[in-house]
Structure formats: structure tokens, C-alpha cells
Design a protein around this ligand. Sequence first.
Ligand code: SF4
Ligand code: SF4
Length: 275
Amino acid sequence: MIDTTKIILAGEGGQGIQTIAKVITEVAAEQGLDVSYIPVFGVEQRGTPSVAFIILSHEKIYYPRFDSADYAIILQKRAVASVLAYINKKTKVVFDSSTVSVRDLPDEAIHSFGIPATQIATEKFTPKAFNLIVAGKLSRVLNLDEDQVWQKIEKLLGKKFKTPEIKEKSRQAYLSGRKYIFELKDFSRPTFQPATGKIIIKNAEKTAQILPERCKGCGICIVKCPVGALKFSDTLGVFATPVPEIDLEKCIACGNCFRFCPDGAIAVEKNKKLK
Ligand code: SF4
Ligand code: SF4
């Protein structure tokens, strides 16, 4: 972390924006940093805007002026408008690519990093844990202690972990964010190199082909697949967003994914070898 770091977190009521902000600022304060945290939200209910302005500093913060963000964390498409004034070409933008597209971001957001947090949380952990994936990633980037952050999450969210299983899944979601395979420094639209070549997956009846250099990670194919044969993988596409992977055992070769893909990035053929 540089001497002073400014972070804006934006989403909607019910997404845990203020809880993440409290976790980050309380742990940073315990680690000896000077901290400013200004919450802005409407009535606390799902759907209303919720924004947190955070400043962490190794020096005394005399005046918490927040004019631009070093990091902007966006958890909802409707929240993009809340951060526009604070994003410049140096801001590192982390967004939930399950709900926000890179196309929703301003042109200044050239360092953007999509985590399909809602998708990962729903598939691997528990749907509500998507914010813990983001909290994990952010706390790692800020060099906040892994155990201390989890203890703070437990303290603030403990009552919501109704069973030991939910608590453990939530912890795993947090740790997955900490260990998310990609580093922020790798994610820059102008310099990022997507995975190259064709990804070919075959079984006895079908062959699937995915072209990461074309895939924008929009997720349309995943939504349109009638049998749930597609999900996001760890391979990155053209905007540093994950490309889909196919379970050919589930796939019925209906053709929806490649009919709806706006970029010709995916194809499935039945009983025919793709070139
Ligand atoms: S061909 Fe149809 S079933 Fe197979 S992955 Fe594409 S949308 Fe899903
Ligand atoms: S393969 Fe096409 S539809 Fe699927 S995520 Fe990539 S760009 Fe979107």
C-alpha cells in the first residue's frame, strides 16, 4: 500500500458495502494506520444506493478530502454512477463481472478487473458470500492480515452465519478472494494479454471450441444454455474477464450459446470435428 490510499466501495443496500468498509477500516486502524471512513446510504434496504469512502494512511489524516480513488470497488451496475466522479486513468477498478459489464464502466477505467463474484459465490459457496470474495481480494491488495480480517468478519457478521456449514463456506469464499489467482497489477485493458489459441473440448458425440481472444465475458451464453452446461472458468478473455467452460456431458448441442454469442467466441458441433 502506498502512503495514502483512497478507496470507494459502491453497491446497493443489502450487499454488505458498509460491512466490508467497516472490516477494512477497523483492521487497518488496528494495524496502526490512520483511517477515515465516510458512509453514504439511503434507508437501509435492498436496492438503495450504498457508498463508502475510505482513506487509509501511514500519516495523520488532517482533512479527509476524497477527490479521486486509487481503488473503486463496484458491486452493482446501478452503482457505477456513484463512482464516476472519482475514477481517473490511474484508478484500479474492481467490479463484480456477474452484474457489471466493462461496457458499463467509464472510458477512464483503463485498469479494470472483473471478478464474477456473484457467480462464483452461487456455484461454489453460498450466494450471499459474494461480498466476502471481494473483501478477501481487497484486504489482500491492501496487505491487511488474513486472520485479523477474518476475525473481524466473524465479529461483524457472526449472527448471519446461522450454521457451522454457512460459516465455513463464508470463510472459504473470503479465502478464495484472498487467493484469487490474478493480481490487480495484471489487469489493465491496454496492456492485458488474453489467453491465446483455441480451447477445444471433446467427448464421443460433441466437440466444443472457445476462442478467449474474442470472448468479452458477457455471460450471455451461460444465461442462454438451457441445461446449465456452461460456467465461467479461470481462463481470461479479451477484457480480462473470465471465459466460459463447457461440461460436454450436460451439453445437448442445442446451439444456443453460439447463436447468441455476440462475438463468435464459442461453438459446439455434434459428431463433427471442428477445424
Ligand atoms: S450447445 Fe446448447 S446445451 Fe450446449 S453449451 Fe451451448 S447452449 Fe448449452
Ligand atoms: S463466449 Fe460469447 S456469449 Fe459467452 S461469455 Fe464469451 S463473448 Fe459472451
